[in-house]
Design a protein around this ligand. Structure first.
Ligand code: ATP
Ligand code: MG
Length: 398
């Protein structure tokens, strides 16, 4: 038989978002834009409908595209499919062409016919193609319950798609479908993971780093910049807000009861976060607090710290074990950066005996020893904004 030129596409299934009926269009359009952005610099063409996206590509780019697709939230699964004419002869010819490159002992054929104009019913297509496969490959048999390979045949309006191996995407909602949240990003292990998990639910994030130069080094800042770049793998662009925290922190250090230093410092961070969220039209604060991990993360501490803001505070890793957090940190490639030795501002000012169950009255009494409103306003006026972007990387690729 003459070799047919087979046109392949990457077929993408949305999964979870198709259950959100009202928002479906927004989800699909956001995902479409996110994929377009992520694939910048490559030659490709995307077609979308309500249940699938199809990406046409150049063969030599396939691996690169699949690697990038693995970092896009909102993709439930994907596969490389053969895109062919919707007629039975063409389906048969293509199946015969694909067969030599396959390796299996048991199989079944599953046909979906969304184009009802196609004259043969799904079950009959499956039977006919199954028969063809049996006739043309040795030592194989049909197993409808646990087949090694499933030949999917999707007969849609314009074209038919044939595929067998399906891969799981990273799931979640497309980043941007839930608006903006500000992530408190320290140089530690937990907060980048918190940012990743928040993005997974569709939140677009901006990162906020509190620094206390000269008590913290520029290397510590560099570390946070590098962590932001890792998070940028999942989002098109991202702002890093660098908060000059030194003066306020020194005041706390000088004037407040040492055992309450951390509680008060964190109340100040939350106050600044509250103002930043409002200033930059975000909706929530996100951080890497984890219940019980340190003195400031007991439930009583959290309550005293949280009481300075009415905003929702999302703590994606609150209920994870450290090892579970580390697993994710390794997966998103932040672990090795996070474990570099440079101190962030919290560790520099750690008291010997931080209070584990702080009292609200005492926290207020202690913090009133400093003129924090003035200091906070000064801080807000002096924030440094860095635009972290992927463009350099894309320029390299063009
Ligand atoms: P991480 O591993 O993320 O540093 P941690 O276990 O060290 O967390 P803390 O230092 O108590 O915990 O901080 C709890 C959370 O507060 C961090 O996960 C982060 O979201 C936020 N945070 C702490 N320090 C800073 C900072 N210097 N800048 C921005 N956010 C911070
Ligand atoms: Mg930390």
């Amino acid at each position: 038989m003459e070799k047919i030129e087979m046109n392949r596409v990457i077929l993408i299934k949305y999964g979870e978002l198709t259950t959100k009926k009202d928002n479906r269009k927004i989800f699909i359009n956001t995902l479409y834009n996110n994929i377009n952005n992520k694939l910048k610099g490559l030659a490709f063409y995307i077609e979308k409908d309500l249940s699938r996206m199809y990406i046409e590509f150049r063969d030599e780019d396939l691996n690169e595209i699949l690697e990038r697709i693995n970092k896009i939230f909102g993709i439930y699964s994907y596969t490389v499919a053969y895109k062919i004419e919707s007629d039975i002869t063409s389906i048969e010819e293509n199946i015969l062409n694909i067969l030599p490159s396959t390796n299996f002992k048991t199989f079944k054929v599953e046909t979906k016919r969304s184009d009802k104009r196609f004259p043969i019913e799904s079950l009959d297509v499956s039977k006919r193609i199954g028969g063809l496969i049996l006739k043309n490959k040795k030592d194989i048999k049909v197993d409808v319950h646990h087949p090694e390979t499933i030949f999917h045949i999707e007969i849609r309006n314009d074209y038919t798609y044939i595929y067998f191996n399906e891969y799981k995407g990273i799931g979640g909602y497309p980043v941007g479908t839930q608006g903006l949240g500000l992530l408190m990003l320290s140089g530690g292990i937990d907060s980048p993971v918190a940012g990743y998990l928040a993005m997974k639910r569709g939140i677009n994030i901006g990162c906020v780093y509190f620094e206390a130069i000269p008590h913290t080094s520029l290397e510590a800042r560099e570390k946070v910049i590098n962590l932001s770049k890792k998070l940028l793998n999942y989002q098109n662009n991202l702002n890093l807000y660098i908060v000059p925290f030194t003066k306020l922190q020194e005041e706390i250090y000088k004037k407040c009861d040492p055992s309450y230093m951390i509680t008060i410092m964190r109340r100040m961070m939350y106050r600044i976060m509250d103002k930043l969220v409002k200033k930059y039209h975000a909706h929530v604060i996100i951080n890497g607090e984890c219940i019980g991990q340190v003195a400031s993360q007991t439930l009583t501490s959290m309550a005293v710290i949280n009481s300075v803001t009415n905003l929702p505070v999302i703590r994606p890793v609150a209920c994870l074990d450290k090892l579970e957090i580390i697993d994710i940190a390794e997966k998103i490639d932040t672990f090795n950066i996070s474990t570099l030795p440079y101190e962030d501002c919290c560790t520099v000012f750690v008291p010997k005996h931080p209070v584990i169950n702080p009292k609200m009255d005492k926290a207020i009494l202690e913090e009133n020893k400093i003129d924090y409103e003035t200091l906070i306003n000064e801080i807000i006026d002096n924030i440094n904004i860095m635009k972290i972007s992927n463009n350099e990387e894309f320029n390299d690729l063009i």
